[in-house]
Write a protein that binds this ligand. Structure first.
Ligand code: PLP
Length: 393
C-alpha cells in the first residue's frame, strides 16, 4: 500500500481501539433504552453514570455538572444561547474574540440579530487576547464572556485562568470552548474559574457525534433541546449510550500519561517547526512560539496557494489542512489568520499540520523531505515569485 501520513488531528482523530472495544457491547447485548426499568436498561444507566465520572475527572468537575450533547457545536450553541436567554434580565452584552470557532462566532452573530450586543475582541499577532482589552470591553450589561482555551487553527493557548479570574471578580459568567485543549493540556475548571466548558469526542480519539457541556453548579441554564427528562431535564433525547461510553473511555485514556504524551508530541512539533524554518525560505510560523498546543504547527509560505500545496502533499500521501475555508467551498482565507493580522495573500499560502497518537518521527522526517521541493515547484509556477526573484536581482 502507498504511504499515508495523517497530519490533520485538529479536524478529527482516529478512534482509539480501546474506545471502540468499550463501545461495542452497547450496540449489541446492551442496547436497552436507559430510561426503561428492566435490567439491561439499568446497565446502560450505570454505564452513562461512569462515563460522566470519567469526563468530570479530567477537567476536575463534579459528575453532576456534566451534560452529554451531540458534539461541541451543540455544546457551544447551548452555552451561549442558553445563557443569553436565561440572563437576559441582567443584560444583553456578550464578549468573545475574532478568532473563535464558527460554532461560537455564528452563534454570536445569530444572537446579534435577536437584539443582543456582541463585542469581538481583537487578538495580537500570536493570537493572544490581552486582558486589558477584555477589561475595557466589560459593561454593566455584560452577561457572558466566551473565549476558547486553545485555537484549532494556530494552536495558541489563551491564559484562561486569568480571564476566568477577571470574569469571576466582575460577576460575569465565563464559557470556554476547550475542544482542542482537553486531553492535550491540563484543564481544571475550578482553578481556571470556568462556568461552562465545551468538549468534543472525536477531537480526542473518541467517536464523532458526541460531546459534553460542563455547567458549574448554580449556573442557570435553560434546556436547549426540549423533549424527555434525560440529562436531568436539561437535554432531551434518548442518550447516545455507545457514544457516551466512548467519550468517557477517550477522556480516561487522554488523562493517563498526559504529560509524557504531550512531551513526545512537543518534540515532534518542534522538529517540524525548526526543520521547516531551516529548509523552506520565505515562511512564517503562525501562532504563539511557546503558548502553543503540543500537536500544532501552522506555517504561511509566501508566493503559493495553500490549496495547491494540500493537493501536492496529498499526492505524496500526506493529509494536512490549509488556512482557506475550504469546508465552505469559499476561497476566503481563514478568519483566524486574518485575525492575527496576516494579509490575504500570505494567509492563502498556509499549511496546518496537527499531530496525534500515531504520529512518528518517521512521519515528520518524511514531511520535511517532501515539503521543500513541493513549495519550490509551486513557487516556480508563480508569477509573483518570478517578479520577486527579478527584483532581488
Ligand atoms: C471541532 C471543533 C468544534 C466542533 O466540534 P464538533 O463536535 O465537531 O461539533 C468546536 N470547537 C472547536 C475549537 C473545534 O475544533
Amino acid at each position: 500500500m502507498e504511504k499515508r501520513v495523517y497530519f490533520d488531528h485538529a479536524a478529527t482523530t482516529p478512534t482509539h481501539p480501546e474506545v471502540v472495544e468499550a463501545m461495542m457491547p452497547y450496540f449489541t447485548q446492551s442496547f436497552g433504552n436507559p430510561s426503561s426499568i428492566y435490567e439491561i436498561a439499568q446497565i446502560n444507566k450505570k454505564a452513562i453514570d461512569s462515563a460522566r465520572e470519567q469526563v468530570a475527572k479530567l477537567i476536575h468537575a463534579d459528575p453532576m455538572e456534566i451534560y452529554f450533547t451531540s458534539g461541541a457545536t451543540e455544546a457551544d450553541n447551548w452555552a451561549i444561547k442558553g445563557i443569553a436567554e436565561s440572563y437576559k434580565k441582567k443584560g444583553n452584552h456578550i464578549i468573545t474574540t475574532t478568532t473563535e470557532h464558527h460554532a461560537v462566532l455564528h452563534t454570536c452573530e445569530y444572537l446579534e440579530k435577536q437584539g443582543y450586543e456582541v463585542t469581538y475582541l481583537p487578538v495580537d499577532e500570536y493570537g493572544v487576547v490581552h486582558i486589558e482589552d477584555l477589561k475595557a470591553a466589560i459593561k454593566d450589561t455584560t452577561i457572558l464572556i466566551t473565549i476558547m482555551m486553545a485555537n484549532n487553527e494556530i494552536g495558541t493557548v489563551q491564559s484562561v485562568g486569568e480571564i476566568g479570574a477577571l470574569a469571576r471578580e466582575k460577576g460575569i459568567l465565563f464559557h470556554t470552548d476547550a475542544v482542542q485543549a482537553v486531553g492535550q493540556i491540563p484543564v481544571d475548571v475550578k482553578d481556571m474559574h470556568i462556568d461552562l466548558l465545551s468538549i468534543s469526542g472525536h477531537k480526542l480519539n473518541g467517536p464523532k457525534g458526541i460531546g459534553a457541556l460542563y455547567v458549574k453548579k448554580g449556573v442557570r441554564l435553560k434546556a436547549f433541546i426540549h423533549g424527555g427528562a434525560q440529562e436531568r431535564r436539561r437535554r432531551g433525547g434518548t442518550e447516545n449510550v455507545p457514544g457516551i461510553v466512548g467519550l468517557g473511555k477517550a477522556m480516561e485514556i487522554a488523562g493517563s500519561h498526559m504529560e509524557a504524551k504531550a512531551k513526545s508530541l512537543i518534540a515532534l512539533r518542534d522538529k517540524l517547526i525548526d526543520g521547516i524554518k531551516e529548509k523552506v525560505p520565505y515562511c512564517k510560523l503562525n501562532g504563539h512560539p511557546e503558548q502553543r498546543l503540543p500537536n500544532n504547527v501552522n506555517y504561511s509560505f509566501e508566493f503559493i496557494e495553500g490549496e495547491s500545496l494540500l493537493i501536492m502533499l496529498d499526492m505524496k500521501g500526506i493529509s494536512a489542512s490549509s488556512g482557506s475555508a475550504c469546508t465552505s467551498g469559499s476561497l476566503d482565507p481563514s478568519h483566524v489568520l486574518l485575525g492575527i493580522g496576516l494579509p490575504h495573500e500570505i494567509a492563502h499560502g498556509s499549511l496546518r499540520i496537527t499531530l496525534g497518537m500515531h504520529s512518528s518521527e518517521e512521519d515528520v522526517d518524511y514531511l520535511l523531505e517532501v515539503l521543500p521541493s513541493i513549495v519550490q515547484r509551486l513557487r516556480d509556477m508563480s508569477p509573483l515569485y518570478e517578479d520577486f526573484v527579478k527584483k532581488q536581482g
